[in-house]
Design a protein around this ligand. Structure first.
Ligand SMILES: [Fe+2]
Length: 377
């Protein structure tokens, strides 16, 4: 057995904990760049609340609110320029996974030379530099608050790559279920499925360890026990706590064990068509898992039993049950993918997502990838 587990993020969890953002931020800086989405944190009043808390601690702020749903390399470079021009010394990601991922890349590029593409394409070694990041997720899916990854879309090629800069790992992550409770139910359904996938993939990963297994198996159990409760009663605080934990546990697993082939084949889809990530995962889940399952039957049997099944043979039946509950029983065609895209998707997955593909228990050929896209179409 060989593994490394190192995650020094200060995780602050609980309803109302967003109120400590000022105390946390002043440990690291005096002027914050806040990265947030176009509307939801304004409508809910969360952005104004965070700005007030920061002001009360004497911390100035500048807001960038134009990060796309799938953050682009151009948007990162523009925001990094704003951070430099305003002498910001800390970056706060306030929003869904897009805002948190972007905040990490922006924090890195605010103090690193060149273009973010240089690092994504390996033309430059990672700089090892970043402004300190504080993450305040408002969705419970990506787990981005517990890892140092920033998934970005190349603005020119649509390639979706992950910036992996250790220095961007959030200094503090404030996971406050209360700030998530205004999330639209359609968003909640797809982000919960993303969190579920992170935990399943982390458990299947070649880099899984006894520590990540604790996170992933518990994360799946929390999902199973609470997904129907939260949908039936969106004010159920216990269910929110559990689902938020499941998501953050997925993030801890991603940092160490990573994702596998499912995320590898999904990234080209959301890169090309700006598809909602959780929906892309749902469309591709079964085709990837049915090809992976024969190579790891014991692990799939364990997963199936947590989901309510007997063994590996009814694993997909159990997952289908949850996909129905989440209204995510969908195909690539439903998401706007065209049959003429399938060759590009297979080629792009192979070229761009090699790290994730090689982390899968079985490594797929291009032909197999193309067959999977066809079957999911
Ligand atoms: Fe994901």
């Amino acid at each position: 057995m060989n593994f490394v587990f190192n995650n020094p993020t200060n995780l602050i969890f609980g309803c109302g904990k967003v109120n400590v953002v000022g105390e946390e931020a002043k440990k690291y800086g005096k002027k914050a760049l806040i990265i947030t989405g176009a509307s939801s944190t304004k409508k809910s009043g969360l952005l104004a609340k965070v700005q007030n808390i920061l002001a009360n601690e004497g911390i100035e702020n500048v807001v960038v609110d134009n990060i796309p749903q799938n953050p682009t390399t151009d948007s990162v470079m523009q925001a990094a320029q704003i951070a430099r021009e305003n002498n910001c010394d800390i970056v706060i990601g306030l929003g869904g996974g897009s805002s948190i991922d972007a905040s990490k890349a922006i924090a890195c590029m605010s103090v690193s030379d060149g273009h973010v593409n240089d690092y994504l394409l390996g033309k430059r070694p990672m700089s090892g530099k970043s402004l300190p990041v504080i993450a305040i997720p408002t969705t419970c899916g990506t787990g981005s608050e517990a890892d140092c990854f920033a998934v970005l879309n190349d603005s020119e090629t649509n390639d979706k790559r992950s910036l992996r800069e250790w220095a961007t790992l959030p200094k503090a992550s404030i996971v406050d279920p209360e700030v998530m409770m205004t999330m639209p139910i359609t968003v909640l359904r797809s982000v919960m499925f993303d969190a579920f996938c992170h935990n399943v993939e982390g458990y299947l990963s070649r880099k899984a360890s006894p520590i990540t297994d604790m996170f992933t198996l518990k994360g799946i159990e929390l999902f199973v026990n609470n997904v129907e409760k939260i949908l039936a009663n969106p004010k159920d605080v216990d269910a929110w706590n559990a689902i938020c934990l499941a998501s953050t546990f997925g993030g801890f697993s991603l940092q160490s064990a990573g994702a596998v082939a499912l995320h590898a084949v999904e990234h080209p889809v959301s890169g090309l068509h700006n598809v909602i990530h959780g929906k892309g995962l749902a469309a591709l889940f079964n085709v990837v898992m049915e090809k992976t399952l024969p190579h790891f039957p014991e692990k799939f049997a364990t997963l199936s039993r947590i989901l309510g099944g007997k063994d590996e043979h009814d694993f997909l039946d159990q997952v289908n049950k949850y996909k129905k509950i989440l209204e995510l029983d969908i195909s690539l065609r439903d998401l706007g993918v065209k049959e003429s895209d399938l060759d590009w998707l297979a080629e792009n997955a192979l070229q761009v997502s090699q790290t994730l593909l090689s982390n899968n228990p079985i490594v797929f050929t291009k032909t197999e990838l193309r067959e999977m896209y066809q079957k999911a179409f």
